[in-house]
Design a protein around this ligand. Structure first.
Ligand code: PLP
Length: 464
């Protein structure tokens, strides 16, 4: 049994939470773990939905980031998934954090993160949250309008301000430019206002839109930011930081790869903000770090078999309707808010059989609570389990308990060698060394076994 043989349970403090992390050697894969936990749930008569969270994947993403964008410091966007184990992992490995509220700032500070590793990246802030940022010495914050400058002058006059410009990819999955960001001419005017108020503007930020599908947007945004830097210089202001925001994909099979964005960002930075300029470059990636680390497993709680008469009327319709214990009011809120699409996987140990058209529904009484209108699946039984991968971004962070249905619980796992770097970050620098050989699978990221094997090799190398 996996649990007794290759898995070691470790207890870790993450702020106020006490977490159990299951570490294992490279003979175990995430799929093994998911399948074992399903079997264990069956043995124990448990039906609750759960997430398997692979912290090794988060670590590996950070390696990839530091390898491909070594000049850009990631400030993880907490809004995307504020899971304590994810925050603790990234905090231990030295990333910064993008917080949007007092509660997010509190959570990150509780992990022992210094306030200068936080950017309060919300251009339209609540007054009491600004006061809290001032009290806790969180000084970096964004703005994009004049009234906000007056608020900041009054409530947090020593803030280090970052001017957010509008630079959206019109094809991004979630457009943010309709709500935030000053166009370049307005941004230039705002610099003058800030100067007149004696405020300290340190840089420019943008967000091309969450789920960017068009890498060009970054190149354009960086050139517009350079125009604002030039204007600042002309009026005697010295900007020192560029924040290239979020939008980087994190799931398998994303419409655009991280590498494609890197290929646009790196030359644009080299052209407009070369290393010799001394400009500090940061980013606010959210989904990049968490999307693929979270696998959700749900239980079939009910089933409807469509009768022959109805099937004859709707020949494209499902033959089976399955009702599961998480839905659009829970983790699958991503279908609405994040415009996500999801794929279902049937655990491999169920006896394979003929595929049928099926639909999958959440547990609430609302007709909108549909996860998949059409999926081809073997006939399933009540009590069996279904698997959804890539469920880490904008899922559990925004879920509710509508109708009294509980959120899934979390099982944290990590390959031991990768987790060693979290326990002892000095090992991380050895592992995060840029690699010259290709390190990706077709899907853009190392397989679990490769990750674990490489990490083990590199830890050995760094210790010898
Ligand atoms: N920064 C800001 C200001 C955001 O609003 C968001 C997402 O909405 C992010 C960063 C993270 O974006 P992503 O998850 O696409 O990287």
């Amino acid at each position: 049994h996996l649990y007794s043989s290759s898995v070691t349970e470790e207890t870790v403090f993450a702020g106020d939470s006490l977490l159990t992390i299951n570490t294992f050697d490279s003979t175990v894969t995430v799929d093994d773990y998911v399948n074992e936990h399903i079997k264990l749930s069956d043995e124990q008569g448990k039906e609750d939905a759960f997430y398997v969270v692979n912290l090794g994947d988060v670590v590996q993403k950070l390696h990839l980031w530091r390898d491909k964008l070594p000049r850009v410091e990631p400030f993880y966007a907490v809004k995307c998934n504020d899971d304590p184990a994810v925050l603790q992992t990234l905090a231990a490995l030295g990333t910064g954090f993008d917080c949007a509220s007092k509660a997010e700032i509190t959570k990150v500070l509780s992990l022992g993160v210094e306030p200068d590793r936080i950017i309060y990246a919300h251009p339209c802030k609540t007054a009491s949250h600004i006061r809290f940022a001032a009290e806790t010495n969180v000084r970096m914050t964004t703005f994009d309008n004049e009234p906000e400058l007056h608020k900041i002058k009054q409530l947090h006059p020593t803030a280090k301000l970052v001017l957010r410009i509008r630079a959206d990819d019109p094809k991004a999955i979630c457009n943010l430019g309709i709500k935030f960001g000053a166009k370049v001419p307005e941004a230039k005017r705002l610099l003058g206002v800030a100067k007149g108020l004696g405020l300290d503007v340190i840089g420019v930020s943008f967000h091309v839109g969450s789920g960017c599908t068009n890498a060009d947007a970054y190149g354009k945004a960086i050139s517009w930011a350079a125009e604002v830097f030039d204007h600042a210089r002309e009026i005697g202001m010295n900007l020192t930081m560029l924040d290239i925001g979020g939008g980087f994909p994190g799931q398998r099979g994303a419409p655009i790869t991280f590498e494609e964005i890197v290929d646009e960002v790196s030359p644009a930075l080299e052209k407009y903000f070369p290393a010799e300029s001394g400009i500090r470059i940061i980013a606010e990636p959210g989904r990049f770090f968490v999307a693929s680390a979270f696998t959700l497993v749900v239980n079939i709680v009910a089933k409807r078999i469509i009768d022959a008469e109805q099937l004859a009327q709707d020949q494209d319709g499902p033959k089976f309707m399955y009702y599961v214990n998480d839905g659009v009011y829970g983790s699958f809120n991503c279908l609405m808010y994040d415009h996500a699409t999801v794929d279902v996987k049937v655990p491999p140990f169920y006896v394979p059989s003929e595929l049928h058209r099926a639909s999958i529904w959440g547990p609430t009484c609302d007709g909108i609570d549909c996860i998949l209108k059409k999926a081809w699946m073997p006939e399933m039984d009540i009590g069996q389990w279904l698997i959804f991968e890539d469920m880490g971004a904008y899922t559990c962070a925004a879920s509710s308990t509508f109708n009294g249905f509980a959120r899934p619980y979390f099982v944290y796992i990590a390959p031991a060698a990768l987790y060693d770097t979290v326990r002892d970050p000095s090992r991380h620098s050895a592992i995060a060394m840029p690699r010259t050989t290709s390190q990706s699978t077709d899907e853009g990221f190392d397989s679990m076994e490769d990750q674990a094997r490489k990490a083990e090799d590199e830890v050995v190398a760094s210790n010898s």
